[in-house]
Design a protein around this ligand. Structure first.
Ligand code: GLU
Length: 303
């Protein structure tokens, strides 16, 4: 398949739509300043071919896409014991909802809602060097040095009242072992990681290779764990639109409020799209449109 021609074509179709719909996330001040007139797309196949188009080399805030990588680290280090602190069911509630935590006694529904990712951050903190380990994982996966954007992290810390509420609530239920401020520091910094579409497509490469590292072939996670990460992405990765994503796109995806979406075609390739304006479900409006075009043009889907 001529992936470069397909991505060029998608870029030509999407560009005229920039600015036509959706809004950039405004609840994090540093994200509110990002221009919505940007669109990038990049992919990497399991055997290392790459293609990219548009603003594919521009770094953006990966936000909740980081939850895939923090989950990867936690699954690798903790195995099954991770699931004592976090569930595996779609939440059916907003990503930052407090309500479910009360009825479910402080155990978040899944690792991709904020409460779940905060519980995972607590586990990583207990293992030591959480932020450094996450950056080391990402830098190794894309063979480039990856950074956390301290301005974005500070902006989140200044305005993250709901996340602080979620963390305190879980602490009260005994779901968090560490100091709330330290757990939030890990969480805000992981959300503030800055990467381009090409870097994300490379970094996620193990998800289409049964867990094998895209460069050195070592197991990042094992085959069963890889399947489970993909399953969670499909069922829980795109906020309250996971059903609609499965229906229209049919690929494991994880989105973030920075406007990125990473998608996996198991055994074939990983893909990242980015455009900052979000639809009313919090997913990138044009990122979603681009994924629909990609599936239509290639026929690649898990269904
Ligand atoms: N840092 C964001 C928050 O906690 C992440 C949200 C997201 O990308 O879903 O609100």
């Amino acid at each position: 398949m001529d992936y470069q021609a397909i991505l060029d074509d998608i870029n030509v179709q999407i560009r005229p739509l920039l600015g036509s719909a959706g809004q950039v996330a405004s609840y994090i001040p540093a994200l509110a300043r990002v221009s919505p007139f940007q669109f990038g797309i990049a992919l990497r196949t399991g055997d290392g071919q790459e293609a990219e188009a548009g603003d594919s080399a521009t770094p953006f805030s990966i936000q909740s896409m980081s939850k895939v990588f923090s989950l990867t680290l936690a699954m690798r280090s903790l195995g099954e014991t991770l699931w004592e602190r976090v569930g595996r069911e779609p939440s059916g509630s907003p990503f930052n909802s407090l309500v479910q935590l009360e009825t479910e006694r402080g155990i978040p529904r899944n690792p991709f809602i904020n409460a779940g990712a905060i519980a995972v951050a607590d586990r990583l903190l207990s293992l030591g060097n959480a932020k450094a380990n996450l950056l080391a994982l990402l830098s190794g996966l894309c063979a480039e040095v990856i950074h956390m954007d301290s301005e974005v992290a500070q902006s989140e810390a200044d305005t993250g009242f709901r996340n602080a509420a979620l963390a305190n609530f879980m602490k009260a239920f005994g779901t968090l072992d560490n100091d709330v401020a330290q757990v939030l520091d890990v969480y805000f910094n992981q959300c503030a990681i800055s990467m381009s579409c090409m870097q994300v497509a490379r970094a996620a490469g193990y998800l289409c290779r049964d867990g094998a590292h895209p460069h050195d072939g070592s197991q990042v996670v094992n085959e069963a764990q890889t399947r489970r990460i993909n399953a969670l992405m499909l069922t829980c990765g795109t906020y309250d639109a996971a059903g609609e994503f499965a229906f229209r796109i049919g690929l494991p995806c994880k989105s973030g409020v920075g406007g990125g979406i990473v998608a996996v075609v198991p055994d074939t390739l990983t893909l990242c799209v980015w455009s900052p304006a979000l639809d009313n479900t919090g997913n990138s409006h044009l990122g979603r449109a681009a994924l629909e075009l990609f599936v239509a043009k290639t026929g690649l889907s898990v269904f």
